[in-house]
Design a protein around this ligand. Structure first.
Ligand code: MF3
Ligand code: CO
Ligand code: CO
Length: 251
């Protein structure tokens, strides 16, 4: 991971801010009766209106402008014509390309009244993301982040997804290093000051395996929990500074 040049950092901030604003806007549509295709259209139009490109669209053949992962979907859910219903949880994962720079952020939203279990799982996923982010400082390791995430999630009685994690990001969508949601302190690549990574733990209700599905015409896969219990996720794009970190994906 190469550090960003000084003039590139404001561009990452702008891309991140736009992704965050888009996600905030899209989240208002996480309501019963709204289809994930409608949310896709909202994200698509909002992104283009801001002079940006929705990064998922056409990425390794991905057919839509946003990922929408409902209930037991872990990630990379493809928007469709299924209406959301009361009690669902939905992760909306927005990535935009502004002036050549990527901003990537997601949140899990509640559709109407959700179960106590769904609320607790979602709370854990959000706090787990922050536990990981708080480890970020120059020359900390990816293992420090993963260790902090997994420790917190385990303590709260849930399970991290080990197969999928965060990534380096900048002028490409997915670069080095890989950011696992588990690990050992001090292990893994060191974080480079003035580069960006995402922290995006996926947290499952049970330790069931993950169930992989093809997307027609795409190399991207989507994933359910094998036992169809719930999965929740939050994601920020984060800059490693000379002192610690700065969140790029803030509104
Ligand atoms: N936004 C996802 C991530 O956090 C990647 C989605 S790739 C897509 O890394 F093709 F499914 F859109
Ligand atoms: Co990401
Ligand atoms: Co994302």
């Amino acid at each position: 991971m190469n550090p960003l040049k000084p003039d590139e950092i404001p561009k990452m901030r702008a891309a991140g801010k736009l992704a965050a604003r888009t996600l905030e806007h899209a989240g208002k549509w996480a309501r019963a009766g709204v289809t994930t295709n409608e949310i896709n259209q909202i994200v698509h139009d909002f992104t283009l209106s801001a002079g940006a490109i929705p990064a998922p669209l056409g990425y390794h053949g991905f057919p839509k402008s946003v990922c929408t992962s409902v209930n037991s979907l872990i990630c990379h859910g493809v928007p469709d014509d299924t209406p959301l219903k009361d009690g669902d949880i939905i992760n909306i994962d927005v990535t935009c390309i502004l002036d050549g720079y990527f901003g990537d952020t997601s949140r899990t939203f509640f559709v109407g009244n959700v179960s106590d279990k769904a609320r607790d799982l979602t709370d854990v996923a959000e706090k787990a993301m922050w536990k990981g982010i708080e480890e970020i400082r120059p020359f900390a390791t990816t293992g420090d982040i993963g260790f902090a995430i997994n420790k917190f999630v385990t303590k709260r009685g849930y399970h991290v997804v080990r197969e999928i994690g965060g990534h380096g990001i900048g002028t490409t969508f997915h670069g080095d290093p890989w950011i696992p949601s588990f690990g050992k302190k001090g292990r893994g690549p060191k974080l480079t000051p003035w580069s960006c990574i995402t922290v995006e733990p996926m947290v499952n209700e049970t330790d069931a395996a993950i169930d992989e599905f093809d997307i027609p015409g795409s190399e991207i896969k989507y994933y359910h929990t094998m036992d169809r219990t719930l999965s929740a996720q939050f994601e920020h794009t984060v800059l490693i500074t000379n002192a610690g970190f700065e969140i790029m994906t803030q509104v």
